[in-house]
Design a binder for this molecule. Sequence first.
Ligand code: PEP
Ligand code: MN
Length: 253
Amino acid sequence: MKKQIIIAGPCAAESAEQILTSITEAKKRKVNFMRMCLWKPRTKPGFDGLGEKGINFLIQAAKAGINPATEVLVPEHASIVMETLFRAVPDAQLLLWIGSRNQNHYVQREIAKVVAKDKRVTLMVKNQPWASEDHWEGIVKHVLDGGISKERVILCHRGFVPSDANPHNYKNVPDFEMTRKIKKNTGLPMLLDPSHIGGSARNVLQISENARKEDFDGLIIEVHPNPKTALTDAEQQLTWTQFDEVIRGFYNP
Ligand code: PEP
Ligand code: MN
């Protein structure tokens, strides 16, 4: 399949200024969706997203012609985003995703049921944190059980929690052999998330380079107007110039 789905933008929506700058930069590039999460699962309590009050930023992006994307933690998040966004911008396209830590199959299926109701929404599903082909295929089955059509589901590899051997000091370790199998067995597009694999901008650039010859259908990358000041995942967010470097390599392996 052609490499075609590019999702880029900040880890989390933070402020009006950050979102406006990100929209301006995204508009200069071929970005299919801009990530700007409203809900953030955190290891420890801290900034965990703007929640519903950030939906205005998704609307602002859609009005500017940039399709927004956010993780949702529960079906109610999906409903409120869909309802509010499409009321304001009926011709928008929206990407919602189920994150790696969200491993309750009841919640996964209920989110898929909500998304299934509206063809303007694509659902992305990330792999679970621990390495298991069986579990990953299971998530896909639970999601499809929610009645969503396969054409509107995409997968994403964000690596697995490292066991002992982690010579490059990655945040999560990729398994390209497993992603090839999952892609083949499910018949679904597979994106790569070098940001949550790498954990640092340097690693993100390196992983993107290592993955050039792999058959990924797209990328989701964290890009921030000023990475140092980011409220979440500051170390791994790229500048837009670094993003351009990754994209050049992705299309010219
Ligand atoms: C994210 O995409 O911001 C995120 C939290 O990633 P993951 O679910 O892969 O940990
Ligand atoms: Mn992040």
